[in-house]
Design a protein around this ligand. Structure first.
Ligand SMILES: [Zn+2]
Length: 306
């Protein structure tokens, strides 16, 4: 089926869902359900120090409480390093990988963080080391993929046109860290590609990841999904609502309110409804359209959630 949409939830099980996560999950769900599509759940637990199976269970319970169901769950990233190994080999066979021996302090002394997620532009220091120079290092290297000097353009469903040149905005990207752990960009590209994801809906803070993932999709033989990066939730004073606002995680909110009230507040703030009223996710799906969603910041007075 040509128009069959496959969306995904890809939470990190490192704590309770925050209001911002709830919002992104709600929009991902609405987009898929309003078009009779399929939704995939995946736990992004590459960081095994911060994540746990217990948090993953709580996340599933929170999604069910919100009325956001899914059709299948794919294996968590922590169990897929052998799969990522295979794709790593594809990059190696294309002669696009090289070992990078730079220490963190070396990397950070050259440049200030460039992209919104704190990425430092890598100057290519280790790109042309000789075998002899490489063998002189005793520590294990990270592995980087060479990036081309080329503009990547996306038309985001919410943010509109966005472009990035990986060579100047990011530099050659780490795909596997020195400790052997694969990085987020590679894991996400492989997981979304293998699951047949056609639409990626997530927070605005990940917008600059899209061109990086598009590049890896091209190298690894996956098609590009549609992207939709939803706005951040802001307090009335313009401060970003974050994980630090402990009173806004679902542990607290589930005690305080019904899911229909929470969804009604988010829907109204985002422009999906004309006035505040409690509403279920299923009812909201009947009238969901991307054009209704505000593209800029969404203000939410958390003290007035009711
Ligand atoms: Zn290096």
């Amino acid at each position: 089926m040509k128009d069959h949409v496959v969306g995904r939830f890809a939470p990190t099980p490192s704590g309770r869902m925050h209001l911002g996560n709830v919002f992104a999950a709600l929009i991902a769900w609405l987009s898929v359900r309003s078009r009779d599509g399929e939704l995939v759940l995946r736990m992004e637990d590459l960081d095994t120090q911060r994540t746990s199976a217990d948090f993953a269970s709580v996340l599933r319970s929170d999604l069910r409480w919100l009325g956001l169901n899914w059709d299948r769950e794919t294996p968590p990233q922590s169990q897929r390093s052998d799969v990522y190994d295979r794709y790593f080999e594809i990059l190696r066979e294309k002669d696009l990988l090289y070992p990078c021996y730079c220490t963190r302090s070396q990397l950070h002394s050259v440049n200030a963080p460039h992209l919104s997620d704190g990425t430092y532009v890598y100057a290519g220091t280790c790109r042309n080391l000789t075998e002899e120079q490489r063998s002189a290092f005793s520590r294990k290297p990270a592995w980087r993929v060479k990036v081309p000097d080329r503009l990547w353009k996306i038309t985001d469903l919410v943010q509109g046109e966005y472009q990035l040149n990986l060579a100047t905005d990011c530099g050659d990207m780490v795909v596997r860290r020195a400790d052997g752990v694969y990085v987020y960009q590679l894991a996400v590209t492989v997981d979304d590609g293998e699951a047949g994801v056609t639409e990626v809906v997530r927070g605005m803070d990940l917008l600059s990841s899209a061109p990086r993932q598009m590049y890896l999709q091209e190298l690894l033989g996956f098609s590009h999904p549609t992207y939709a990066h939803v706005p951040m939730l802001l307090a009335p004073d313009g401060r970003r609502l974050s994980k630090r606002d402990k009173d806004l995680d679902l542990g607290v909110l589930r005690e305080r309110m019904r899911p229909e009230a929470l969804i009604g507040n988010l829907a109204f703030a985002a422009g999906l409804t004309d006035r505040f009223e409690p509403i279920s996710a299923a009812e909201l799906a009947a009238t969901f359209r991307w054009e209704k969603l505000k593209g800029d910041a969404i203000f939410l007075d958390a003290s007035k959630l009711y």
